[in-house]
Ligand binder design. Structure first.
Ligand code: SAM
Length: 295
């Protein structure tokens, strides 16, 4: 890993922000000390800052002594704002995109602007910063080598049910965002779908004064939050489904194999498909098939 400091940067690097560039700037998720010096400098020197809520981001901008104008960019005005922002990039102005907190593009309309800027070949640079999902994941003690991010679950009942079903089967650790007043409902749903013993770790108020982590099983955290009304911001890290699926019986696997062949599949391809599905070895299935045919 090679680090560079200011003195080692080329003159071109030092002239950040560069014209016609969209900067995605990570901002604190609670603790102002987490704003990096580079983020601070970009937020003071770009032509414009696009943010979800000008009042909320205005507080951060004021705290760092920036006088860069703010423009609201949120899910209700993203289409009209996008063309406005692209026009500004075209006229060689630099834009910083920030979200209410954390990394823009994670659960906010940032993704759409990035896509539009990419398809118009503008330069996009991320000034990395805190993200609640990865912060909660790395302190959870749950496997982080592979994980998935769900953000907020859908509000519509049928879509929510389907998502919960998928999450319950997921083998990787899953990270979920939830508001405090929906937390107990989410935990009850997870308990029903995943079982009360599933490992879980809930991070509350990350990077803030009353930061805490509550675990270890769904049953334990549910009990905790029924007694202690959820307050603040929460990120949920759910352990993956580690239950071994029951293997189908040998005769069931052979029946499936025969059915595929009767439907017109080549025997070696059918054997491969059933091997993948059932966990039985392809060669074993193939030999059984031929034994049967030879008789
Ligand atoms: N872009 C943000 C990021 O990078 O983390 C996420 C924005 S999302 C709209 C807001 C959600 O993130 C909150 O409802 C909560 O679930 C989670 N979150 C944000 N700040 C948090 C914190 N300090 N502690 C725990 N969770 C937090």
């Amino acid at each position: 890993m090679e680090f560079i400091d200011d003195k080692q940067q080329s003159p071109q690097d030092r002239s950040e922000p560069s014209p016609g560039t969209l900067y995605l700037v990570g901002t604190p998720i609670g603790n102002l000390g987490d704003l990096s010096p580079r983020a601070n400098s970009i937020l003071k020197n770009v032509s414009l800052i696009a943010c979800e809520d000008t009042r909320r981001s205005g507080q951060l901008i004021k705290r760092i002594g920036s006088s860069v104008p703010l423009l609201s960019y949120h899910k209700h005005n993203l289409k009209s704002r996008q063309s406005q922002l692209l026009e500004m990039l075209k006229s060689n102005r630099s834009i910083a995109l920030i979200s209410d907190a954390g990394l823009p593009g994670i659960n906010d309309p940032g993704e759409e602007l990035v896509r539009a800027a990419r398809s118009n070949n503008f330069k996009i640079i991320c000034i990395p910063g805190p993200c609640a999902a990865t912060t909660a994941l790395v302190i959870s003690g749950l496997p982080s080598e592979r994980f998935c991010f769900e953000g907020f679950l859908p509000k519509k009942q049928s879509a929510r049910e389907k998502r919960l079903e998928d999450i319950s089967k997921e083998k990787r650790t899953t990270v979920i965002y939830e508001s405090p007043h929906q937390l107990v409902r989410l935990l009850e749903d997870l308990s029903l779908k995943c079982g009360k013993d599933r490992p879980i770790q809930i991070s509350r108020e990350l990077t803030k004064r009353y930061e805490e982590s509550i675990g270890k099983t769904i049953e334990e955290v549910l009990k905790h939050f029924i007694i202690n009304k959820p307050k603040g911001e929460f990120t949920i890290v759910l352990g993956g489904n580690n239950k071994k699926e029951d293997k189908i019986s040998e005769s069931e696997a052979l029946n499936k194999l025969n059915k595929l062949i009767q439907e017109g599949e080549k025997s070696n391809i059918a054997a491969r498909k059933i091997a993948e599905e059932s966990g039985y070895k392809k060669n074993w299935l193939y030999s059984k098939l031929h034994n049967k045919l030879d008789k």
